[in-house]
Design a binder for this molecule. Structure first.
Ligand code: GTP
Ligand code: ZN
Length: 229
């Protein structure tokens, strides 16, 4: 479909696929994923959305619908799937652990708003990310940003969980990272089986978090009340 510029694409696919990550945690991308600009992607998606709506029988000359194909295309490229563009990868700034904090740090209740790659319906939930420093510490908000970046892709929850851990491990230079995600999949809640109660929990434990006591401590922190209202 697009001209293949293989060298540039290989590099960018490595970048977005986080090349240290096992195949299973890589986002599956086409070889020509970066051959066209975001603007070109918006134009092409706009045409596709128009086609879908017209096929459904919608009259796109209606005032309210006129701008929909463009709105959807912009939302896809710039927001909902912005994590497919490596230029949006957050700078995970780290600092030396000068204060020699030696315990685990847990960033709880990070909002996850992702998209199920099977149905393109929302996945909404919370991520809890923890690490134990091996010399470096990371800015707290960067943990939220890493979760956001990998959420903004077509995802399965298992891969999202692993990608968050691997990005944190890379930034911090340690295996001691864990992530638990508890999320609702609208493809389960609102269609198909239509179970509005169920949610999905996934977990990835690296380094010291594989040890029973450390894992237990992390999971115990998740039970603590943090409501300051
Ligand atoms: N493992 C995993 N499965 C997911 C995730 N998100 C959605 N799914 C599942 O992907 C599966 C796709 O199955 P299919 O049988 O091809 O799709 P379907 O006919 O729409 O399935 P139903 O949802 O059961 O109606 C469904 O069971 C979804 O619940 C995810 O993050 N991880
Ligand atoms: Zn789904």
């Amino acid at each position: 479909m697009f001209e293949l510029n293989s060298k540039m694409n290989d590099e960018r696919i490595e970048e977005i696929g986080e090349n240290h990550v096992g195949t299973s945690a890589k986002t599956p991308l086409r070889a020509d994923a970066f051959d066209i600009s975001d603007q070109e992607k918006i134009s092409k998606i706009q045409e596709s959305v128009k086609d879908i709506l017209e096929t459904l029988g919608m009259d796109l000359t209606d005032d309210s619908l006129q701008g929909t194909p463009k709105r959807v295309a912009k939302a896809f490229v710039n927001e909902i799937f912005m994590g497919l563009n490596p230029k949006n990868k957050p700078k995970a700034s780290t600092f030396d652990n000068n204060y020699n904090y030696g315990e685990m740090l847990v960033e709880k209740n990070i909002v996850v708003y992702s998209t199920c790659e099977h149905h393109l319906l929302p996945i909404i939930g919370r991520a809890h990310v923890a690490y134990i420093s091996d010399g470096k510490v990371i800015g707290l908000s960067k943990m939220n940003r890493i979760v956001e970046y990998f959420s903004k892709r077509p995802q399965v929850q298992e891969r999202l969980t692993m990608q968050v851990v691997q990005a944190m491990q890379e930034a911090l230079g340690t295996d001691n990272v864990a992530c638990v995600i508890d999320a609702k999949h609208l493809c389960v809640n609102s269609r198909g089986i239509k179970d509005i109660e169920s949610s999905t929990v996934t977990a990835e434990f690296g380094g010291k978090f594989k040890e029973k006591d450390t894992k237990r401590e992390f999971l115990d922190y998740l039970k603590m009340e943090t409501d300051f209202d």
